[in-house]
Design a protein around this ligand. Structure first.
Ligand code: OSB
Ligand code: MG
Length: 374
């Protein structure tokens, strides 16, 4: 008897989420005021159904930058976000519905990224188009961790040679004014900034002492919640303060503006709970002429794609902490890693995030958690 095979195309009856946890060694240890990192403990989300879609959580194994880590992100996903995801796969609706869960912005953002990639792919559009991005390439800056002085100098020199458009140094009490003075003496008038990751809460005088070095900005000198302290410092300084950890939402951006607690915004999509909130902050910054740039969290190519795409918006006029893949890892988790030419990185122009995750490589290194969606 002849068999008839009927081929029909329908939206999937089955979709799964895979969460991958893997460790990627960093080429150069990354030391900040809150600790040293030798590897990136990566958490990736993959939707596998009618299309494949991805997101990366910017959390790591240690809650030094914020209270979230990979463990909390996975916990919040498993216990709360998955249920919401089963109700809606629209990124805006997902974020709206997630508001009943307090905090955990990075976990929410990772899932939301995956849903943006999903939406764009179903519509066969690039994510850049969906968010009104215009630029074809973006300017790249480098964030250099705390290193012995000799190595720091050679790394700054090397970075300038490679074409980076802005150099950021990590500072902390005891690694502060002298370091900036030495770098200025060696390299003169380069585009230079520093990032304290909240370490000068008890040493405002050290922040004030940095004012004479013509830094483009001083990032997050005081505690995350200390808008008042930042505002007091800003009144005594001409160097703009840039807020990173303090900004969790567009309300915080408004607070910064009204209190003059800072004059520049470092946007991290994970920290503010995703692209939906990021777009509000970008528009707020644009309307109020607040310079805005995109930070980084040592992301793999998956999170990096999102950072590069968001910077295609014209509001971004300061080079971001968005280095090419080979600044961090021997091998990235995507097939065409991000490269830098003349200090710039091309914005992906494929559909969705425009990247191709290397599933074989990821699976080889990962502990995998599997969840059913439909
Ligand atoms: O404060 O900007 C920060 C990395 C991890 C945590 C916090 C920060 C950073 C960076 C790295 O500065 C930026 C990058 O991804 O290259
Ligand atoms: Mg920072």
């Amino acid at each position: 008897m002849k068999k008839f095979i009927l081929k029909i195309h329908i939206t999937p009856l089955m979709a799964k989420i895979f969460v991958y946890n893997l460790k990627l060694p960093l080429k150069i240890p990354f030391e900040t005021s809150f600790g040293v990192q030798n590897e990136r403990d990566v958490l990736l989300f993959r939707y596998s159904g009618d299309v494949e879609a991805w997101g990366e959580s910017v959390t790591d194994s240690y809650p030094g930058y914020s209270y979230e880590d990979n463990g909390t992100a996975l916990y919040i996903f498993r216990n709360y976000l998955l249920e919401i995801l089963r109700e809606t796969e629209d990124p805006y609706n997902f974020i709206e519905a997630s508001k009943k869960i307090k905090g955990h912005n990075m976990a929410k953002s990772a899932v939301e990224t995956m849903l943006w990639d999903l939406k764009a792919k179903r519509e066969k559009k690039g994510l850049k188009e969906l968010i009104g991005g215009k630029k074809e390439r973006i300017e790249s800056g480098i964030s250099i961790g705390i290193l012995p002085m000799e190595r720091l100098i050679s790394m700054v020199r090397n970075s300038l040679d490679k074409g980076y458009r802005r150099i950021k140094l990590k500072v902390k009490p005891g690694w502060d004014v002298d370091v900036v003075r030495a770098i200025r003496r060696e390299f003169g008038d380069i585009p230079l900034t520093v990032d304290a990751n909240q370490a000068f809460e008890k040493n405002p005088e050290l922040v004030l002492a940095l004012d004479r070095y013509e830094l483009l900005m001083i990032e997050q000198p005081m505690n995350e919640r200390n808008f008042l302290g930042h505002s007091r410092l800003q009144k005594q300084m001409s160097t703009p303060i840039c807020l990173d950890e303090s900004i969790h939402s567009v309300d915080d951006a408004q607070r910064m503006l009204e209190m003059d607690a800072g004059r520049i915004i470092n946007l991290k999509i994970g920290r503010v709970g995703g692209l939906s909130e990021s777009l509000k902050i970008i528009e707020f910054a644009g309307k109020n002429k607040i310079p805005i740039w995109c930070g980084g969290m040592l992301e793999t190519g998956i999170g990096r794609a999102l950072n590069v795409i968001v910077q295609s918006r014209e509001e971004f006029r300061i080079p971001g902490d968005t280095s090419p893949s080979d600044r961090y890892f021997e091998r990235d988790v995507i097939k065409r890693p991000f490269i830098m030419k003349n200090g710039m990185i091309d914005v992906p122009d494929g559909i969705g995030l425009g990247i191709e995750p290397d599933i074989e490589f990821i699976e080889k290194l990962s502990k995998v958690h599997e969840f059913e969606v439909v």
